[in-house]
Design a protein around this ligand. Structure first.
Ligand code: PLP
Length: 364
């Protein structure tokens, strides 16, 4: 069976490209002398996480406890949950995971730390925590310098937790397309983290690890002093956002939605059977937000839930008929994967199997 024989719409993952992306990132991390802990929020698939570990990743990152539960059930034993775990029922679930796996969690408050500390004391084994620092995204974390130093000096007084390191996510780099501005942003990120780490060291508090990473910034980050671990996620599949940032090309994009042309209402307009229900509305309307792989004459104008409404540049070609199949590259691949129970695995044009998206829909 070939990719265009698949009934549409469907999610298709090219395993040759996945392998290439995984081994390239693993090699760059080795050269950079940092550990790689890929964020599995992009693929949500134990089978892909296994490829990442087999290629040298030291562990994996999850966003949610329920995603970590999927990964522990699949046999993974070194997981960072980059999210604060709060409340009795979640703490009980965390403890169940800790029976079989090493689980670190991130936090940015004393309230969360106290719950984890109580768990650590009751279980007789400290909970390993990463302290999240805000290096510019303004999502979670206190600012580097004094606010983080004050938090850490209070955290070390809480019994039952061990501070492993700092964690930050340079998601604000998604708004920066200029390479040198992005390099400046990364330099500032690491200067802030390393100087905060040194000042704590002067107070006798060791913060061993610095964990950073987003796909657009990871290469710059691996070159900075102080980084011990990187957590890129999107690189495994890539998407048009990564193309716009110059860290991917259409040829390194490994996840597509295959769709069928179902309408040709005018000479330059067409409709495919994949809309926001398959591709989300992330990036809608930005130039090149959803791209047609290998078909530069086609562009996506807008989408409703079931309809993808495209424009054909007739000066560059006019061969597009009802029934034709196209491969769509998502604007933001992570939430697209979350919409599918399984993906069709291919190698090039050839269908070779199916991948289960076991970690999809795990919100809790
Ligand atoms: C905490 C954290 N770490 C790592 C990542 C991976 O970033 P990217 O998808 O840009 O590779 C994310 C993405 O949202 C994140 O939230």
């Amino acid at each position: 069976m070939q990719v265009f024989d698949i009934d549409t719409p469907a999610l298709v993952i090219d395993l040759d490209r996945v392998h290439a992306n995984i081994s390239s990132m693993a090699a760059r991390a080795t050269t950079g002398g940092v550990r790689l802990r890929p964020h599995t929020k992009t693929h949500k698939m134990p089978d892909i996480a296994r490829l990442q570990i087999d290629a040298g990743a030291s562990g994996i990152t999850c966003a949610k406890l329920s995603e970590a539960e999927v990964m522990v059930r699949a046999g993974f034993d070194d997981i960072l949950i980059a999210f604060p775990i709060y409340g009795a029922s979640k703490l009980a679930r965390l403890q169940a995971l800790r029976e079989t796996a090493r689980i670190q969690v991130s936090l940015d408050s004393l309230e969360v730390a106290r719950g984890l500390g109580a768990l650590g004391v009751a279980s007789g084994e400290d909970v390993e925590v990463m302290v999240e620092v805000d290096t510019g995204l303004h999502r979670m974390g206190l600012e580097p310098g004094e606010p983080t130093i004050e938090l850490v000096t209070q955290l070390v007084e809480i019994k039952g937790i061990t501070i492993v390191g700092f964690l930050t996510h340079a998601g604000h780099a998604y708004g920066v397309h200029d390479r040198s501005a992005r390099a400046d942003l990364v330099r500032r990120e690491l200067d802030d983290l390393v100087s905060t780490q040194h000042r704590l060291g002067e107070l006798g508090i060791e913060v061993r690890e610095i964990s950073v990473g987003s796909s657009p910034t990871v290469d710059e980050e691996m070159r900075q002093r102080g980084v011990t671990e990187v957590r890129p996620g999107t690189y495994v599949f890539n998407d048009t956002t990564m193309i716009r940032h110059g860290v991917a090309t259409q040829d390194t994009c490994a996840a597509h939605v295959v769709a069928t042309v179902v309408s040709r209402p005018s000479h330059d307009r067409f409709v495919v059977d994949a809309g926001t229900k398959c591709l989300t509305s992330d990036g809608m309307g930005q130039p090149g937000w959803v791209q047609f792989a290998g078909r530069e004459e086609l562009s996506m104008e807008f989408m409703n839930e079931e309809h993808g409404v495209g424009r054909l540049d007739v000066s560059r070609g006019d061969s597009l008929a009802i029934g034709d199949k196209v491969l769509l590259i998502p604007s933001h691949v992570c939430p697209v994967i979350n919409l599918f129970d399984h993906a069709i695995a291919t190698r090039g044009e050839r269908v070779v199997g199916q991948l289960e998206v076991t970690g999809r829909g795990k919100v809790r």
